[in-house]
Design a protein around this ligand. Structure first.
Ligand SMILES: [Zn+2]
Length: 462
């Protein structure tokens, strides 16, 4: 199978490129990117760590060509050496010139053959063109002869908006997609087809998210969940039935067959297992977007880290029903979080503390010690069966999917940055949106690091 290449960056990195490459004088400009990688069997993804702009006065700039001193690459070569990092050249073109020129072909060949022989890394590097509206298109080069091995199949910028540019126009739009396009706008439908989305947690909220994403026509879905359908879940897992509980079917398999029955033509992969496993982490990182639909906080803690290392937009949902102790409900609350790599995190937003993550980790890995410590009063109990009601789950799952759609095609009265968090209190019948806050100082430095050993810098994954 031919390798599919992708490039991902944060919204801020994209903004930095745009302002440097288009200073307003009509001449071309150039920048370099240092990138981590997710090296999969089918997808090879470049994740931007650092943007290095080449000063205008060091270049010879014209409206349709640029020459620049390549000693600016030296520092990046030193950083990349021995770490399998990628170097990407980005330069600007005018709006009507969306392909590489003969001059580009010659200069790329010289530059990338030099990079390959200096790094001795047997790895692909890349060259990208930016157009005045921010669109990016590019190609991947490999080896000491600087050979082009393929285009970037997709390039994504993850900011308040999620922008994706794909090499090939959406192929094979079927009757369903066309009909859907009339109601929703063909632009949106075409974009949705391009996405590969991981849904981690396929139970009370996850099954509802999966239903929406599948019917919206997402191109490829990866479902991750370690649990089997049980009788007690039947009141809230879409597409599950008594037979699934009787036969102890994995939740992911039940949902995957439901999507297959829809017959909308998307690719579905199911991982029946925990997120915290090297192979699962890699599979999720190879998707474009991740939705977290988990009850506990340990999985969310890991997912936020994963989305940072691999520069992914992360949508998280949490629903909570608090009993009043005498048979009634104290309050029904829920939240949809949107997490951008390098910005605030669930942790910096105060969604959980590390004691709780540690408690859940112990519950997962060492039940005996967990029970002993619980008995000794060291740990607060981790509620395993938080009560949930399908109507509340449906409401919050729809809020989250609508937030995703708003980031593809903004439709709200206020800008997307005002909705980093959308809280909901059903007792008050109100939504409480909150804007993006201060960056998470724990995760900020890990943006775009990609594959490292051990994965995510966590010995548990080695
Ligand atoms: Zn050019």
């Amino acid at each position: 199978m031919r390798m599919k290449y992708a490039l991902r960056m944060t919204g801020e990195q994209h903004r930095a490129l745009l302002s440097h490459l288009f200073p307003g004088d009509g001449n071309e400009a150039v920048a370099l990117l240092l990138c981590g990688r997710r090296q999969g069997k089918e997808r090879h993804i470049f994740t931007v760590q650092k943007v290095l702009t080449i000063p205008y006065d060091a270049c010879e700039r014209r409206p349709n060509r640029i020459t620049w001193p390549t000693h600016f690459v030296d520092g990046l070569l030193q950083e990349a050496y021995g770490k399998e990092l990628a170097i990407v050249k980005v330069h600007s073109h005018g709006l009507d010139y969306r392909r590489f020129s003969n001059t580009d072909n010659e200069s790329d060949k010289v530059l990338f053959s030099a990079i390959s022989s200096l790094l001795e890394d047997d790895q692909p590097h890349a060259s990208v063109i930016m157009l005045p509206d921010g669109e990016l298109l590019g190609r991947v080069l490999f080896g000491e002869d600087g050979k082009v091995v393929g285009p970037f199949q997709s390039i994504m910028a993850v900011g308040d908006e999620v922008r994706i540019w794909s090499e090939a126009a959406c192929a094979g739009a079927d009757a369903f997609a066309l009909r859907h396009a009339q109601a929703f706008g063909k632009g949106t439908t075409d974009i949705l087809r391009k996405f590969s989305i991981a849904v981690v947690g396929c139970s009370g909220t996850g099954s509802i998210v999966v239903e929406q994403l599948a019917r919206l026509g997402i191109g490829r879905l990866l479902l991750v969940d370690p649990d089997l359908v049980e009788e007690k879940n039947l009141n809230r897992i879409l597409n599950s039935g008594k037979e699934d509980a009787y036969l102890k079917r994995p939740k992911v398999h039940v949902l995957a067959s439901a999507i297959a029955r829809m017959g909308l033509g998307q690719e579905v992969l199911a991982i029946h297992g925990n997120l915290i496993h090297a192979d699962t982490i890699k599979a999720v990182a190879e998707c474009d977007v991740v939705f977290g639909c988990m009850d506990g906080v340990e999985g969310r803690h890991w997912l936020n880290r994963l989305a940072t290392f691999y520069t992914m937009p992360y949508f998280d949902i949490g629903v909570r029903l608090d009993a009043d102790g005498s048979g009634g409900i104290e309050q029904i609350t829920g939240a949809a979080h949107y997490l951008q790599p390098g910005k605030s995190s669930l942790y910096s937003r105060g969604v959980y503390d590390m004691d709780r993550v540690d408690a859940e980790a112990m519950l997962r890995t060492n039940l005996e010690m967990y029970e002993q410590q619980l008995a000794e009063g060291y740990l607060r109990g981790v509620d395993e069966d938080r009560p949930a009601v399908i109507s509340v789950n449906m409401l919050l799952a729809a809020v989250m999917v609508n937030d995703f759609l708003a980031r593809l095609h903004p439709y709200r009265n206020r800008p997307n940055r005002d909705y980093a968090y959308i809280g909901c209190n059903l007792g008050e019948m109100q939504f409480f949106p909150e804007p993006e806050g201060a960056n998470c100082d724990v995760l900020e430095r890990h943006v775009g690091r990609g594959d490292v050993t051990p994965l995510l810098d966590r010995p548990a994954l080695s």
